[in-house]
Design a binder for this molecule. Structure first.
Ligand code: FE2
Length: 393
């Protein structure tokens, strides 16, 4: 399969929708910005292990004294890794409290002022008022509102800008040259093509508040609902609801811990992240087998599916026919789920930093708009094995 074979909208389960009718129109994801302990090394890791391409940079060399920031892309997905250059940089303080984590979930919007005004009218807290950023490549209009924890939703209109990322950033060449691996077929051109969803973990009793927040402030709708017992294991449980914009390009599941016999995985996150924040990001791929093989070969660790998963007759019946033999999925610990619209393949990485907090999912959708509800039990059991190893269960 090539990148061109499947349009981005189909990869992420987007639907036809005219955003001009929305009170809070959203074109799609703009970027995810991370505060990390060492942005230079993060840029290298995401280049080699995640197959991303460094495209832009800003730091002290550009007269920006606070952070060194590396902008990496994979298809439509843009990640920005910012590290503090001084002891009192914002990123340094954020890192000290939370470890590596997501500070900005940025959305591209057609009219920043309109969205910002609407959000504040509906009760959102403004962090940065709409303002212009300009350099020789044009102007970006930008603003930010607060969401769960210290996380921000940034609003960006980049329709009048042609530079590599934002004003002030310079173009940078890729850190590693993957061309030989791509030409020989050893690695896919991209390990993922787009961001599918971004999941937030919030405190017990707070999930509905944040679901209501996105419904009220952004006009998002609740698209999937999990009841507590649907996703409980013997030990721990969580509650989860998903809100999405009209096109369903931007999907935001929100989790909260539920009472279980032992500490929920969400409680572990909240303890080690020291509050609510982004738990995982799902990355859409058109060939999850090739992506997983390349990432494993480059050192990314994935959760192992329980041995029994692929032999469960109920699951086999539910899965039906998928594009590859189940043995190929078993070899790689890739999970399958199905709903009335189709199926999807998914797999989860282990945490990607020292703290047991932020991780990734790879997802290959074939019509299904689900989030893997059918896999939650198997997934939680795998997570709890890891949690137990850390002494946190
Ligand atoms: Fe997910």
């Amino acid at each position: 399969m090539t990148d061109m074979a499947i349009p981005e909208a189909q990869l992420v389960g987007a639907v036809e929708h005219d955003i001009s009718t929305d009170k809070f129109p959203v074109k799609g994801w703009d970027h995810l910005r991370f505060y990390v302990g060492n942005a230079k090394q993060a840029a290298h890791y995401y280049s080699t292990a995640f197959g991303m391409t460094l495209v832009a940079y800003r730091g002290p060399e550009q007269g920006y004294r606070e952070h060194a920031e590396y902008v990496l892309r994979s298809g439509a997905a843009t990640f920005v890794f910012a590290g503090g250059v001084t002891a009192d940089s914002e990123a340094t303080k954020h890192y000290a409290r939370h470890g590596d984590g997501v500070i900005e979930v940025a959305l591209e919007v057609p009219d920043v002022d309109k969205n910002y005004a609407y959000a504040l009218e509906q009760g959102a807290t403004g962090i940065t008022e709409p303002h212009d950023l300009t350099d020789e490549n044009g102007t970006v209009r930008i603003a930010a509102i607060a969401t769960y924890g210290e996380t921000r939703n940034v609003l960006i209109d980049r329709s009048k800008y042609t530079g590599p990322f934002l004003p002030g950033f310079i173009t940078r060449k890729p850190i590693v040259d993957r061309s030989a691996a791509i030409e020989s077929g050893q690695e896919p051109k991209r390990f993922f093509q787009a961001i599918d969803h971004v999941v937030g973990n919030v405190e017990l009793g707070k999930m509905l508040d944040w679901v209501n927040f996105y419904q009220k402030v952004m006009g998002f709708t609740n698209i999937v609902e999990f009841v507590e017992d649907a996703i409980a294991t013997e030990y721990s449980a969580l509650m989860s609801k998903v809100v999405a914009n009209g096109t369903r390009k931007v999907k935001l599941p929100i989790n909260e811990p539920a009472e279980g016999k032992k500490k929920s995985q969400i409680d572990e996150y909240l303890e080690f992240y020291d509050g609510p924040g982004v738990q995982h990001m799902a990355l859409a791929t058109n060939d999850i087998l090739a992506s997983v093989d390349a990432m494993r070969a480059n050192g990314v660790e994935f959760l192992e599916a329980p041995d029994t998963y692929y032999d469960d007759p109920e699951l086999r019946a539910r899965i039906g026919t998928v594009r590859v033999p189940i043995e190929e999925l078993r070899k790689r610990s890739i999970l399958v789920d199905r709903d009335e619209d189709g199926y999807m393949l998914q797999i989860f990485t282990k945490p990607q930093q020292d703290r047991p907090t932020v991780f990734y999912e790879l997802i290959e959708r074939h019509g299904s708009l689900s989030f893997g509800k059918g896999n939650f039990k198997a997934l939680f059991e795998a997570l709890e094995i890891e949690q137990n190893k850390r002494g946190n269960l």
